[in-house]
Design a protein around this ligand. Structure first.
Ligand SMILES: Nc1ncnc2c1ncn2[C@@H]1O[C@H](COP(=O)(O)OP(=O)(O)O)[C@@H](O)[C@H]1O
Ligand SMILES: CC(=O)N[C@@H](CCC(=O)OP(=O)(O)O)C(=O)O
Length: 303
């Protein structure tokens, strides 16, 4: 019969599987009891099979006694919602200019629908995810972002008013420490209050860096829609030092949404996060490959 398998084939299959397990186990032990913050970008979402593979990876981390924390974005999804309401999206330096109406929609999309979709995906894998934003448990407080822009023609520096765009200024780890000791997996939307009573929209990369930095995470992983940082010829750069990364920003090779990502990586490394990687979230099980294999995936940024 065609579906019968010979003893030799069975043996080959077992040795192949055993080889993979033997290689992965030391890596799994390396992360036991350690915090891994995974930033799940809006561009990496949308495909149901990939979403399920992502949720399975997060569930498997928890089952391997790692402490995974998911911080998610949702830029394209916010854009679509704003468009359906006839509101135009405007960005300055990769950040969404956010007025009162926009921040209400941002909170609804991020802390509402996207957050709960990710929670449901992880729970469907048999785990206990809990959806949060910076407001919960006084986790994150933000202040109005202060960004300046240098006009390349006049060379004059001007202050950008981005409205209710925030920068995280205080992170209280009480709730996250409590959840790390529990069965729960936190899934966090990048929205936080200010001490001024306003709600702020925070870039999800910046937000995940603040969380990873405050927890002294072992790894901070960014899941986006490109294989990692690409050079000017479009080739993947497997490893990047802080100095090289700054050079690539200065010469324009790194631009747009990749700038806050790489800047967050550099900041997180300075704040004691051990390793930071930018990965292709469209590659199934990229989180497991990055953490539990020797070669990893994407771009590793080192000090
Ligand atoms: N040097 C670079 N290497 C890779 N991607 C880059 C680079 N410079 C700019 N980018 C852009 O950065 C984008 C990823 O950032 P972003 O759109 O903010 O993603 P996310 O929503 O996942 O946070 C890529 O899709 C790419 O267009
Ligand atoms: C201030 C600011 O730009 N906030 C982002 C928050 C979402 C985000 O960062 O999502 P991605 O990770 O998918 O890009 C925004 O409004 O789009």
């Amino acid at each position: 019969m065609s579906d019968q398998i010979t003893a030799e084939e069975l043996n080959d299959r077992f040795s192949h599987d055993a080889g993979i397990l033997a290689k992965a186990l030391p890596y799994m032990q390396r992360y036991e009891g350690k915090t891994v913050v995974v930033k799940y970008g809006g561009h990496a979402m949308g495909n149901p099979a990939l979403g399920q593979a992502f949720a399975r990876d997060i569930a498997l981390l928890k089952q391997s006694k790692v402490n995974p924390i998911v911080v998610h974005g949702g830029g394209p999804q916010i854009g679509r919602m704003l468009e359906s309401m006839g509101i135009e999206s405007k960005f300055e330096g990769g950040l969404r200019v956010t007025d009162q109406r926009t921040v209400e929609i941002v909170e609804m999309v991020l802390a509402g629908s996207i957050n709960k979709e990710i929670v449901a995906l992880i729970n469907a894998e048999g785990e206990w995810a809990i959806g949060l934003c910076g407001k919960d448990g006084n986790m994150v407080f933000a202040k109005k972002a202060e960004k300046t822009f240098k006009d390349p023609t006049s060379n004059i520096e001007r202050v950008l008013d981005l409205g209710f765009v925030g920068e995280p200024v205080e992170v209280d780890r009480t709730l996250l420490d409590l959840l790390a000791r529990s069965e729960m997996i936190p899934v966090i939307a990048p929205v936080a209050p200010g001490r001024d009573g306003h709600t702020y929209n925070i870039n999800a990369d910046t937000f995940s860096g603040a969380i990873a930095g405050s927890l002294g995470a072992k790894r901070l992983l960014f899941l986006t829609d490109v294989p990692g940082v690409l050079d000017s010829a479009g080739e993947l750069i497997p490893e990047l030092s802080a100095r090289q990364a700054r050079q690539l920003i200065a010469d324009g090779t790194i631009h747009g949404g990749m700038i806050p990502k790489v800047e967050t990586c550099l900041d997180a490394l300075e704040r004691g996060v051990e390793g930071v990687a930018i990965l292709n979230g469209k590659m199934p099980h990229v989180v497991l490959i990055e953490l539990f294999t020797e070669h990893g995936a994407g771009t590793l940024i080192v000090r």
